[in-house]
Design a protein. Structure first.
Length: 309
């Protein structure tokens, strides 16, 4: 009983902090090299900006602005302004290279390595971070980027998959397609966006009758090997599932309504607790799991009822 009371108090404290949290997003569409790629990368950047327009702290760098200097400045701004309770998202679109040792994002002017990107992101105080590397050879960046509290999504499983990717297109598409909302809670999580983009990428190569030259993966425990799908038994997918990227319908309207933002934050927190509980299910007694799940679902129903008023 004492343990349950302590958990309840901790939950309330977490909800209070979540209510004031923000999301900082930096996206960059790097050097294209060819007119066709320039159009693809620029279009992806524009679509991404539209999808994330509701974000209070959004910086999108494309075309002439896709430089190492401006990316460094953008990340420095986030490092100054973001707080520990805020989420941070970095999205990389374009070409990448890997020489067997080091990954680099191709930019206008000097390129930037994965190790340098990691150092810049490490200065951001956000406890929950997401880096989506949708470039070619992006798998070569995972080892340098992964860290506790940071989810890393890659368009390729290794640095040797060097062809231009289509994953970027479908990642952006996932943020504006309601079909990506698998659990129908009017919010698209990073895990749902990954699952959508991964499926669409596979379908693209099948429909084109081409051998797939990219295999999207992710790692979000900060210490494991990249995986293709959530693996609750080792915790892979837990952080991704808790990171909300965009909201839809009534949830989107609630996010813009000052009177409902705190309720929406409470809903997000309860859904994160439910996801975390599901990942812990295998290590729990069935009766305890069902008891905790029931309590969380009842709380979630109450919050949803308040939101619907």
């Amino acid at each position: 009983m004492k343990l349950r009371a302590l958990l309840l108090i901790a939950s309330c404290l977490l909800i209070t902090s979540t209510a004031r949290a923000s999301v900082y997003v930096v996206a960059i569409a790097g050097l294209a090299g060819e007119p066709d790629y320039e159009q693809r990368f620029t279009t992806a950047a524009k679509d991404l900006e539209k999808s994330l327009a509701a974000s209070e702290h959004l910086q999108v760098l494309a075309a002439a602005d896709a430089t190492r200097e401006k990316l460094t400045q953008a990340l420095a701004t986030v490092a100054r302004e973001a707080r520990a309770e805020d989420d941070f998202v970095l999205i990389l679109i374009g070409h990448g290279s890997f020489d067997g040792v080091e990954y680099k994002l191709n930019l206008v002017g000097p390129d930037i390595s994965a190790a340098e990107l990691a150092a810049l992101c490490n200065r951001v105080p956000s406890r929950r971070q997401l880096i989506v590397n949708a470039t070619s050879a992006s798998g070569g960046s995972i080892a340098a980027l992964q860290r506790n509290g940071r989810a890393v999504v890659s368009a390729t499983k290794s640095g040797t998959e060097k062809n231009a990717t289509v994953f970027a297109r479908y990642w952006v598409e996932a943020l504006r397609d309601p079909a990506a909302d698998i659990d129908k809670n009017e919010a698209i999580s990073a895990l749902e966006a990954f699952m959508y983009a991964d499926r669409k990428t596979a379908e693209f190569y099948t429909s084109q009758k081409r051998l797939a030259t990219e295999h999207p993966v992710f790692e979000d425990t900060g210490k494991g090997q990249p995986v293709r799908a959530a693996q609750p038994e080792i915790g892979e997918g837990r952080l991704l599932s808790s990171l909300i990227l965009v909201r839809l319908g009534e949830a989107q309207r609630a996010a813009l309504d000052p009177a409902k933002r705190d309720l929406l934050a409470k809903k997000d927190d309860l859904e994160r607790q439910i996801d975390a509980l599901k990942f812990q299910k295998a290590a729990m007694a069935q009766s305890e799991y069902e008891s905790q799940l029931k309590a969380l679902l009842l709380d979630l129903a109450r919050v949803q009822t308040a939101l619907d008023k």
